[in-house]
Design a protein around this ligand. Structure first.
Ligand code: ATP
Length: 194
């Protein structure tokens, strides 16, 4: 079994996230992609976001079109209030899927920052990383990544960011095509991003 972690803020989940996850599942024959909203993102502390429960619900809706994608609470807020680190999430995944080949999905922008994450060497031991193109960012090798533990996914070309979507929602602009319509309905009915 080939299982991938796809972590992020997903505030809200958008067309770029869905495209990345489905394209990775196609290209690398992934059986399961755990799309896991982060409880508390260590590098974005202090940034206001919608609640974990709302982001989980929206991720569930965004995953509904592809049976390989599943919303996961693996990265839920910790009881002690500490930030969530991907290395700990992957260690948990390793225990939950002891027989699986583990992957982690990431966009080119986030990949460039990985050397600042907790225990980078361990991150590449625990999983093979699938790094996707993102408009405006280059796919550049990182010195810290050991050979054979990083794969490029060059078929993702969706110029959408959660920041851009939040701005449009805030201004009352149309977001059709930028986020799944079910997510948009959830946002409207729960009055999020006002
Ligand atoms: P924000 O604008 O709030 O920083 P974001 O759009 O980057 O958010 P995140 O939830 O932070 O979304 O991203 C989760 C993961 O998805 C990261 O690895 C990021 O690189 C990747 N990703 C997000 N949008 C795209 C996109 N349009 N193309 C490729 N990868 C993406």
């Amino acid at each position: 079994m080939r299982v991938a972690l796809f972590g992020g803020s997903f505030d809200p989940p958008h067309a770029g996230h869905v495209a990345l996850a489905s394209a990775a599942a196609d290209a690398f024959a992934l059986d399961l992609v755990l799309v896991a909203p982060v409880g508390k993102q260590p590098l974005k502390l202090g940034i206001q976001s919608e609640s974990f429960a709302d982001r989980m619900a929206m991720v569930g809706l965004a995953c509904a079109g592809d049976p390989r994608l599943v919303a996961s609470d693996l990265d839920r807020p910790r009881a002690d209030g500490a930030p969530n680190f991907t290395v700990d999430t992957l260690e948990t995944m390793r225990r939950e899927f002891p027989e699986a080949e583990l992957f982690a999905l990431i966009g080119a922008d986030a990949y460039l920052g990985m050397e600042h994450w907790k225990e980078p060497a361990r991150l590449f031991e625990l999983a093979q990383w699938i790094v996707a193109t993102r408009p405006g960012f280059v796919l550049a090798p990182l010195g810290i990544a050991p050979a054979g533990r990083v794969h490029w996914l060059e078929t993702v070309h969706v110029d959408v960011s959660a920041t851009g979507v939040r701005e449009r929602l805030h201004q009352g602009l149309d977001c059709e095509g930028l986020i799944p319509s079910s997510v948009l309905e959830y946002i409207d009915s729960h009055r999020l991003y006002r």
